[in-house]
Design a protein around this ligand. Structure first.
Ligand code: SF4
Length: 389
């Protein structure tokens, strides 16, 4: 069995009706259950529906207070910091929303060992211990052999390596796990199958099921942390959020040894510029984040530099547990940034950032809000027993 069977038992239109028809009484009921839930037990999928529904919008302040209490109970006052390290913008897929899409005429680059180490040196100097290795999806030039080499280079330098690359077979994940990867993120983009086909026009990513079943392969390979999420703006965010919750609940039961994290990327402007089909306002994003925190006290919640500083600072207070800082979303971006800026040039990035603060400024803002930035929550010493599970 995989998540596909669970997914197919939940037609999109039926879920849409289920979420949009929740009443004020349903929301109050879910909030009562959340308030009483000091032991941190998971709420029901029906509660998630209620908290994601339009009827929950007037309850946002109360949701945020409960979410904040649940986050502090489970995670304390800490926020984990990480930096993305883009190793390649080669991509053989055509996605309508992305600057790296194959048909975009941009300079393509795959970092060499020396270039990767130069990026690593800068991130180390900034204090980072957790690196997210990111690439476009190009199996031929940037496949498992390449990622294994990247991990071998970076593992001795960083406490935590996370991967966000093309979906791979379970055996390849097991290999990368042995090379030091402790987490893999793979976002479904949208759980609306017809909408997915409209936005993924060519390449392996057009295979909806291959992507949908990737977290199953990660769980089977024993990857310690698995990241899920949708790209908000492609379809109805309330329905996509429900499916992300359904996926999370299935995985937590099927692969209980792994931890889980959720990300909340919203469609942002890029070269080629796709406008969001469904607008997700900041207020909606806050509702979705609070709904997930109350639905699942254990899940980590991450927010990238796509969001503006003021919103990220507030999100850190009510539920976000992981954030990037000082991010560059082009390969070699950290090493090139100052030189390119001096020349008035820039490499095309995957998406435009809203939070352009330096790492030091993000750290200062967290401390001003009474939170403690954490650079390291894993160590090479944990790898051996985890790999043999
Ligand atoms: S979203 Fe990923 S797969 Fe699609 S074009 Fe961008 S980098 Fe390639």
């Amino acid at each position: 069995m995989s998540f596909l069977e669970v997914f197919e038992a939940h037609p999109w239109e039926a879920v849409r009706e289920r979420v949009h028809s929740r009443s004020t009484a349903d929301v109050e009921d879910a909030l009562r259950r959340a308030a009483a839930n000091t032991a941190g037990a998971p709420l029901r999928l029906d509660d998630l529906c209620a908290l994601l529904s339009p009827a929950a919008a007037p309850f946002l302040e109360r949701m945020a207070r409960l979410a904040q209490a649940a986050t502090r109970r489970r995670f304390g006052n800490v926020v984990q910091l990480f930096a993305p390290l883009y190793v390649s913008n080669e991509c053989h897929n055509v996605c309508t929303y992305c600057g790296f899409s194959m048909l975009n005429k941009i300079p393509r680059r795959v970092l060499t060992d020396a270039e990767i180490l130069a990026e690593a040196d800068i991130l180390k100097r900034l204090g980072f211990e957790h690196v997210l290795i990111v690439s476009g999806e190009s199996e031929r030039r940037v496949g498992t052999d390449y990622f294994e080499r990247v991990c071998t280079l970076l593992r001795p330098r960083f406490a935590n390596l996370t991967l966000e690359v093309q979906p791979l077979p379970a055996a390849d994940y097991a290999r990368l796990r042995r090379a030091g990867v402790s987490a893999v993120l793979v976002y479904q983009e949208t759980y609306n199958r017809a909408g997915y086909a409209r936005h993924h026009l060519k390449g392996r990513k057009a295979d909806f099921v291959w992507r949908l079943e990737t977290p199953d392969r990660l769980g089977a390979a024993g990857v310690p942390k698995i990241g899920l999420g949708a790209l908000y703006g492609l379809e109805d965010w309330r329905v996509d959020s429900f499916f992300a919750g359904l996926h999370l609940r299935y995985l937590e039961r099927a692969y209980w040894r792994s931890r889980y994290c959720l990300a909340f990327p919203r469609l942002r402007p890029h070269a080629g510029g796709l406008e969001p089909k469904v607008e997700m306002r900041e207020r909606d994003l806050a509702q979705a984040m609070c709904a997930f925190r109350l639905f699942d006290n254990e899940v980590e919640i991450s927010l990238s530099t796509r969001e503006r500083p003021g919103f990220r600072d507030r999100a850190a207070a009510f539920g976000m547990t992981t954030m990037s800082a000082g991010a560059r979303t082009n390969p070699g971006g950290y090493a090139e940034a100052e030189r390119a800026l001096a020349r008035g040039e820039r490499t095309l990035e995957q998406f435009h950032m809203s939070d352009e603060r330096t790492t030091a400024e993000v750290v200062a803002a967290l401390r001003a809000g009474g939170l403690e930035p954490v650079w390291k929550d894993w160590d090479a010493a944990y790898d051996a027993p985890a790999a043999s599970m």
